[in-house]
Structures are given as C-alpha cells and as structure tokens.
Design a protein around this ligand. Structure first.
Ligand code: MRU
Length: 332
C-alpha cells in the first residue's frame, strides 16, 4: 500500500501546501491567499523541489487574477508583468519556476480580449493542468524507469525527489515506487543531505509512508557503500538540465556521480521536460543558489559551529554530461 502525499492543492480559491520545514515531526498545512504568500513560501522552503516550485508559482499567479480589483485589462497586464517578475525572483536554480511563469504568461497573452474575471478562470485551469501533467509525467517516468531496477536492488538517492518535490508520486522516488508497486523488492539508502536535511526529514518520511525499506546514511557514507558493492544504482532528480545534458541538482550530486562512475555503478537522473532548459547551452551557465550560512553553522535550530566562523552554503552543483554518459555506457 502506498499512501498518497498531498504536496500542494488549490482549495476554494486558496493555495494549500504541506509545510515541508515541519516534516517529519508535524504534518501542518500553510494556506496562501495571495501571490506574495506563495512567493514567501517558496523562499522559506515551505515548498521546495523543482517541479513543486513550478506548480506553486503557477497557482500563485492564478491567485493574482482572482484578486485583481482594477477595471481595465490594461491595468491587469501592467500588474501581471510586475507580479511575474516578483515570482521569478523567488529562487534562482530550478528552471521549473520560470517554465511555469512562462506557461501562465502564455495564457494571458493568448487571451488578449478576456477580462480579469475570465482570465482568473483560465489561469486557475492552467495551474491545475500543470499539476495534473506533472503527476502524469512522474507516473510515466516511474513505469519506464522501474525497468532499470531488478528484484533485490539497493538504490541510493540524494536530497528529496519524491511526491513532496513534485505535484505527486515523485521523479527519482517515483521510479523506486514504481519498482516497488511492480512487486520488486527494492530498498533505499537515503543521503541525509546536509545542510537542509531533505533526505533525513523528507525522503525517509515519504519512503516509510510507502512501505519501502529505507536506511538513512550520512552524506559521507555514500562512497564507502558504493565501493563495497552495497549499491546497485543511484537515482536522483534535477533542478535544471542544460541543452547539452549537464544536470544541476542538490549539492553533493556531482560528488556522488563521480563516486558512482569510479565504482561502476549506474547513475540515473529522473526529470520531466519542465526541468530542461534549452536556452542554456551548458551547465556552467546555470545560476547556482547560495543560501544563508546559518543553515551550515546550525543544525535543527542549534548552533554547531563556533561563533564568528565563516560558512559557505552552495545549494546546488552541476554534474557534467560526460559523467552521466560514461555511466550509461558502463551499464549497457
Ligand atoms: O533546495 P531544494 O530542496 O528545492 O532542492 C531540491 C532538489 O535538489 C531536488 O533533488 C530536485 O529539485 C529534484 S525534485 C524532483
């Protein structure tokens, strides 16, 4: 039995999302009534994970039209452009944010004769479509990807690329879930994923809910487990894939890919079309988010490093395409 996890939903003209900062200790929901609250939720990591950020942005922009009190379409278009810019500044790396804004913007452009009320309906519909398409894409990826896993395989994953990071089901975790649902006995090593601990807090919680055996490891343990043959495959998600195939994902993904190659373990990236950025030719052009050093100097709200020490919190890295390609050659 797999429990469905509701990451984000549109309910009575409001956007409701599970507060991922509180998991796994508490399952509480944040209700956003206007787009600024959605932007704040993305910035503060109430909702995170590339596809989920895109869906939140789409729903946030749908709220804009519903709340618009001006009279003319011209007023609306002016306000809309400002709001799209504000939304785009919420986080820099996951391209799904910009992809979703572009898609919502397309609806506004195509409906140039629609008034604000009609637009509100159209934008809401588009946001719901984006959510539904994401879940469908994850299920298709799962069905396709699970064929890469054999009965008894042990999979390593990094960060959280599950239902919580998407509209539902998950990308990397979707592949694992699909293998489990196909009756294969798969188990997972989940990297804790310092400093924000998406692996320890979210991936472990999700897999437990799905009854998939999961063992939490410190990030530093991955190399040892790969070297000693304890892992059959690594599967991760992605925040942005450049046109040449370079992959930006949670910090530590690049090191894992090198360790996997060194040890001949296949390394897979599961991501939907909305994560591919065809406008960037290579991965080094992907903007990499730097977050507050406090996330490194503190753990669980407590300081763990000496006062005054400097800390760097790079949130993503880029795994170059050659690393991935070599790995898939080894597999084949
Ligand atoms: O900083 P986060 O938690 O938003 O980073 C998320 C990741 O890096 C995920 O691995 C990625 O978005 C894939 S989600 C399906």
């Amino acid at each position: 039995m797999t429990a469905e996890i509701k990451t984000i939903a549109w309910e009575d003209g409001r956007v409701v999302m599970i507060d991922q900062r509180k998991l796994p200790r508490r399952e509480v929901y944040v209700v956003c009534r206007d787009y600024k609250q959605v932007i704040a939720a993305i910035k503060k990591m109430v909702i995170r994970g590339a596809p989920a950020i895109g869906i939140a942005a789409a729903m946030g922009l749908a709220l804009v039209a519903g709340k618009f009190r001006g009279k003319s379409r011209k007023d609306f278009d002016r306000k809309w452009a400002v709001m799209c810019r504000e939304m785009a500044a919420a986080r820099p790396t996951a391209v799904n944010l910009f992809w979703a804004i572009e898609r919502m913007n397309g609806v506004v452009k195509q409906s140039s004769s629609a008034g604000p009320d009609e637009l509100a309906g159209l934008l809401h519909k588009e946001a719901e479509t984006i959510l539904a398409e994401d879940v469908a894409a994850n299920r298709r990826m799962g069905a396709f990807g699970q064929k890469l896993l054999a009965d008894g395989d042990v999979v390593l994953t990094h960060c959280n690329a599950g239902a919580l990071a998407t509209g539902g089901y998950g990308t990397a975790l979707g592949v694992i879930r699909a293998a489990h649902e196909a009756g294969k006995k798969v188990s997972v090593f989940a990297d804790e994923t310092r400093p924000f601990l998406q692996g320890a807090r979210l991936t472990a919680w999700e897999l437990q809910k799905c009854d998939i055996p999961v063992t939490l490891i410190s990030d530093n343990a991955a190399g040892h487990l790969l070297k000693t043959g304890k892992i059959n495959a690594v599967i991760v998600g992605a925040d942005r894939i450049a046109a040449n195939g370079d992959v930006a994902n949670k910090i530590g993904t690049y090191s894992l890919s090198v360790l996997a190659r060194e040890n001949g373990v296949p390394f897979y990236v599961a991501a939907p079309e909305s994560t591919i950025d065809r406008t960037l030719s290579e991965g080094y052009k992907i903007p990499i988010e730097e977050r507050s050093p406090d996330e490194v100097t503190h753990c669980g709200g407590r300081r763990i490093a000496p006062e005054g020490v400097s800390a760097l919190n790079v949130a993503f890295d880029v795994t170059p395409k050659p690393t991935l390609r070599l790995l898939s050659r080894k597999r084949g």
